[in-house]
Ligand binder design. Structure first.
Ligand code: GDP
Length: 328
């Protein structure tokens, strides 16, 4: 039975990846941070077969202890402070967790597998936010990185540290440059879920309007359930490498609003949406669109859920959730 350790188990990707690995017969361990973590219950009910270990990405010795208990064949480093807007307000903490946390995990794996540097296969959750002010369209593995937020800068550090550990120590360390990926499990602070939740509440008469930031930004949005398969595939390759994981399509926030509102029968959404400076960012990533050719050719990976289907899935889930909460 293969064994995996996942950091960031309480997040959207941690849950989907756990389900995928459990379905493949893995023994799955998840790292949980802090006392009374409010998301603990969610993990226990969603994936009860995952074994939880206590640890923190900022505490190297806690990571070593977790590795000694889990004895993993594969480590998936998904843990991070991941909300871009928040990263300006907490730049130092974001740097410690999202950036230096990667180094701590790599170093823990290196120390744990000192007898054989390829004993543990390592996956680093890199991000399209590293492309920031894009230097090439579409973005691929070789595109120059130009991050536009403390979060993006921290992810660049983690990305290059992963490559460096691969090259310096011969570790099987891969980096997945994942473009935005969403699902009904996405946190409500991210724009897709914010919109689908609000649209559901407007449809049910629980809310009148939605306050948004920049409507012209464009993202390459895929389904998180598809993207965790790419993570797993990367660790099944003979050689570790870096891969862009994306749909190759981009859509603006306006198009997101179009599709989400149309699912509840509202074609003219202008009257429901206002804009406010508090949702604008000090520096914006205007356009992201990935070129997933390498992932397709080398991993045989392709996304299954397209943008309208993704939004439909999220709106349907939010309608159900909001109805249940409101007792309707
Ligand atoms: P990100 O790409 O990781 O920053 O993911 P988000 O879902 O947080 O944001 C995607 C894009 O939506 C960014 O360009 C935001 O500026 C834009 N956006 C516009 N209005 C909002 C909003 O109200 N909330 C969020 N989170 N993003 C918004």
């Amino acid at each position: 039975m293969p064994r995996a350790l996942i950091t960031g188990i309480t997040g959207q990707d941690g849950l989907y990846l756990s389900e995928l690995l459990l379905s493949k017969g893995y023994e799955v361990f998840g790292l949980i941070r802090g006392q009374n973590n409010p998301k603990l219950e969610l993990v226990r009910t969603t994936v009860p077969d995952v074994k939880l270990l206590t640890g923190d990405l900022t505490d190297l010795s806690s990571l070593l202890r977790a590795l000694e208990v889990a004895k993993p064949d594969e480590v998936y480093n998904l843990g991070a402070i991941s909300f871009v807007a928040y990263s300006w307000e907490n730049a130092s903490l974001t740097t410690d967790v999202t950036g230096k946390g990667v180094l701590n995990m790599l170093e823990a794996v290196r120390l744990y597998s000192h007898d054989d540097p390829t004993k543990v296969r390592f996956y680093q959750a890199s991000s399209s936010e590293m492309f920031g002010k894009v230097q090439e369209v579409p973005q691929r593995e070789s595109t120059l990185l130009w991050p536009r937020s403390p979060y993006g800068v921290a992810k660049v550090f983690g990305h290059y540290m992963t490559i460096n550990y691969r090259e310096s120590y011969g570790m099987h360390a891969s980096s997945g440059i994942l473009f935005n990926h969403e699902s009904p499990r996405r946190g409500p602070e991210f724009v897709t879920r914010k919109v689908t939740q609000a649209v559901a509440r407007i449809k049910l008469g629980l809310q009148d309007s939605i306050v948004m930031g920049n409507l012209d930004a464009k993202r390459d949005w895929g389904f998180a359930g598809d993207y965790v398969e790419a993570m797993w595939l990367m660790l099944q390759q003979d050689e570790a490498d870096d891969y862009v994981v994306a749909t190759g399509e981009t859509h603006s926030i306006r198009e997101l609003l179009d599709v989400a509102f149309s699912h509840v029968g509202i074609d003219d959404w202008e009257g429901y949406v206002t804009q406010d400076a508090r949702f604008m960012r000090p520096a914006e990533v205007e356009l992201l669109i990935g070129d997933p050719t390498k992932a397709r050719e080398k991993l045989g990976w392709a996304p299954k859920v397209d943008f309208p289907e993704l939004v439909r899935m999220m709106v349907a889930n939010d309608l159900e959730e909001q109805r249940a909460q409101a007792g309707r």
